[in-house]
Design a protein around this ligand. Structure first.
Ligand code: BES
Ligand code: MN
Ligand code: ZN
Length: 499
């Protein structure tokens, strides 16, 4: 979709559809009041019929309002005026996008961007306008036959601004678009099923990204190369699969040569059946999403490269399947990680930490300013935080604050859990340096404790996205989280965004 900025009187906009907001109890926004004046009170008259009262998310399409240049006027409920904030604005924007997408217009003009939520300036209004719209318009229909893909005429959306569009306003659109593209890329990779989205497929996608972005260099390590590096933990997982593992390394150099990179490490488990510790069959299809951490690394790097951010960034995605097989890990097996530490695999379904630990050791080579790993790591995180917040564990208070703020800012929130030494004892093994599971209690924390043993040399944070990376039920699908959080954090590091 194409976005542009426009100025002028809403009622004078020649467009197939003008979008205006109405607050609860039919209080007109300024734009709606302007439309009502131009229509000589026709809008208030229609609202007087009582079908539409401006509650949050409500919509109503009006046709042929006299005195108004637009062919249609779409009313969108904004909720209470007193409490109108950025989340309410995003919700209204998404509701409008949903109606436009189902309808006929090929273009529209939105006056919602003229609204002034208490907690946001124009930059965020415009950026979130794009993000919330793209969020609603996203479809994954690549695996449907052509006849099953609905026509979608909407191609162009103009956002109204008060004054002449500033450089900052155009930047907001650009940022929104790049973040939305990153989110969509993460969703696409994640929604693609395990038979198509294999480790080799992910590697190809990385190479394609490298060809598109001038400052991106992509390298893919195969199993032989990983063997030479001593990645015994990672390779033990892929041994049970016919798809060879890949270690995908994407280096984006937008910053000064020699300036330390931020390294993102994403779990790229393209299908997790649990291995010999087989998962129950109900909902096992959802384990195609076990590469969402990796997908978010792709999405974030793509967004940063599109924006040509002035920083150095490395994305590392260990990619593998986890399947039962005659050669698969067995409970009790002991493997040696690249760090030299040995691991007793008491549960083959705790495979994420096995592939991540070697990738995290590898990350140390880049002399990182910070390392953030992102993983659908534990079902326990879904129990603890549900689907609203990602779990955050770290060895650096400042890095944690940075991530929490970026999450708050984008509505892609994380919540910090303690990584106290008290929990480390749960990983004790009788036979190896550590076990790969921590027994009863605090599963998200003990998983992070495990990773912390491989991240001692740098500032590190871990995002457990098991609950936030995809939605269940009727709207089943990937969410693209935490691409907004990560991109925001990197924009902040470049001082390119509002706080
Ligand atoms: N990929 C799963 C975690 C997961 C579970 C993500 C449910 C999303 C929804 C991970 O590999 C796993 O299986 N973890 C185990 C760890 C356990 C064996 C210690 C889990 O959470 O049950
Ligand atoms: Mn598992
Ligand atoms: Zn897994």
């Amino acid at each position: 979709m194409h976005y542009l900025l426009k100025t002028g009187d809403p009622a004078a906009q020649r467009t197939a559809c003008l979008v205006v907001g109405v607050f609860s109890r039919r209080r007109l926004s300024d734009a709606a009041a302007g439309v009502d004046r131009a229509a000589k009170g026709a809008l208030r008259h229609l609202l007087g019929k009582g079908d539409f009262n401006g509650d949050s998310g409500q919509t109503s399409m009006l046709y042929d309002l006299p005195g108004v240049a637009a062919e249609r006027v779409l009313l969108v409920g904004l909720g209470e005026e007193k409490s109108f904030d950025l989340p309410a604005y995003r919700k209204a924007t998404a509701a409008a996008a949903g109606v436009l997408d189902r309808g006929h217009p090929t273009e529209a003009v939105s006056a919602l961007s003229l609204l002034q939520p208490a907690d946001a300036g124009l930059y965020r209004i415009l950026r979130d306008g794009v993000l919330a719209t793209e969020e609603r318009l996203y479809r994954f229909d690549r695996c449907k036959s052509k006849a099953e893909r609905p026509k979608r005429p909407l191609k162009k959306l103009a956002l109204l601004t008060g004054g002449r569009p500033s450089k900052r306003a155009r930047e907001a659109l650009r940022h929104g678009q790049a973040m939305a593209n990153g989110v969509a890329l993460a969703k696409d990779l994640a929604n693609l099923p395990g038979n198509l989205c294999t480790p080799a497929y992910l590697a190809d996608q990385a190479r394609a990204l490298g060809r598109r972005a001038a400052k991106m260099k992509v390298k893919v390590l195969d199993e032989k190369q990983m063997q030479r590096l001593g990645m015994g933990a990672l390779l033990s997982v892929s041994r049970g699969s016919r798809q060879p593992a890949k270690l995908i390394v994407m280096e984006y150099s937008g910053g000064k040569a020699g300036s330390r990179p931020v390294v993102l490490v994403g779990k790229g488990l393209t299908f997790d059946a649990g291995g010999i510790s087989l998962k129950p069959s109900a909902n096992m299809d959802e384990m195609k999403y076990d590469m969402c951490g990796g997908a978010s690394v792709f999405g974030t790097l793509a967004a940063c490269a599109e924006l040509e951010l002035p920083l150095n960034l490395v994305g590392i995605v260990p990619a593998s399947e986890n399947l039962p097989d005659g050669d698969a890990n067995k409970p009790g097996d002991i493997v040696t990680s690249m760090s030299g530490q040995t691991i007793e695999i008491l549960n083959t379904d705790a495979e994420g930490r096995l592939i991540l630990c070697d990738a995290l050791t590898y990350a140390g080579r880049f002399k990182p300013a910070a390392v953030i790993d992102i993983a659908t790591l534990t079902g326990a995180c879904v129990v603890a935080l549900g689907s609203h917040a990602s779990g955050l564990l770290d060895n650096d208070e400042k890095l944690a604050t940075e991530l929490l703020q970026a999450g708050e800012h984008t509505g892609d929130r994380a919540w910090r859990l303690p990584l106290w030494d008290d929990y480390q004892g749960q990983l004790d093994s009788n036979f190896a340096d550590m076990a790969n599971i921590g027994g009863k209690g605090a599963g998200t924390i003990t998983a992070a404790c495990f990773l912390s043993r491989f991240t001692k040399g740098y500032k590190w944070a871990h995002l457990d996205i098991a609950g936030t990376a995809w939605k269940r039920g009727k709207e089943k699908g990937a969410t693209g989280r935490p691409v907004p959080l990560l991109t925001q954090m990197l924009l902040q590091r470049c001082r390119l965004t509002d706080r």
